[in-house]
Ligand binder design. Sequence first.
Ligand code: SF4
Ligand code: SF4
Length: 273
Amino acid sequence: MKLSEFSFFKPINKYYRYVFPKAKPHVTFHKRVWLASISFFVANCCNLKCDYCCHFNQFRKGIIQLSELKIWFNDWSTVIDPQSVILVGGEPLINPEIAEIAAAVRYFWRRTKIRILTNGRLIPKINTEKLRQLKRIKVVFDISPHGVNEELKNNIEKILNNYGIKFKWNLSDQSWQELYHIENGQPIPLQCNPTEAYKICNRKDCIAINDNKLFKCSYLANINAAYNEGILPDNWKKAAQTKTLTPNATATEIVNFLRNGAIPECAICPDTK
Ligand code: SF4
Ligand code: SF4
């Protein structure tokens, strides 16, 4: 029997579940929205070109400027209280200001965990000064290996260990799914049952902010950005124009928006594993 199952601990567990109901978004005492994590895209492009990339990075270009991100952090820091801020791409290490971006996150959310979601290949190219800065800010690297070889893996681990930077290998690529079809070189959305798709969705807790708007999930944020860049054809229009919230939304509006279950746009996601 686990210690937590003893009757003495049951009221504590009940209280904990009340305060953090299954780690779902909720309004805090300070009238902000507690989130397990929030993702910000800091680069639209990637050094790899994986098939069915949910960021459409095979087709996209560019990075997000630090000055723009600072405006978004400033606006949302009074509204949300994330346990983790995740800097993603594309490949976030393509952004030359990645350390300054992480420092800006630390400025606006002092206690949050900062994670950089990377394929790891550019870690050996980060200069000493930036590595020291990332260590000072207490950044954690979440590395998806995407077929990284043993030599590179050892090199990455050696560098991060030398600088005392925490990291973990994240085997997300093992749950790879074909998220759309490619026809004549263009991505075409799936047409599935939205309720079933949402039920098996492993991205529904990947809440994202892009273009200073809050999206229900990072996939919809990427579709919105790629559609506005003219990369996705018109059959993505409905998903691209999904409802979003601005930093002016109330905490209750945000929680209701994030906890409303399946939406018609979920039809673009696979409904079987
Ligand atoms: S490494 Fe990740 S972001 Fe880059 S192309 Fe592959 S799936 Fe997309
Ligand atoms: S659109 Fe719906 S099913 Fe698809 S990733 Fe987002 S939350 Fe999940």
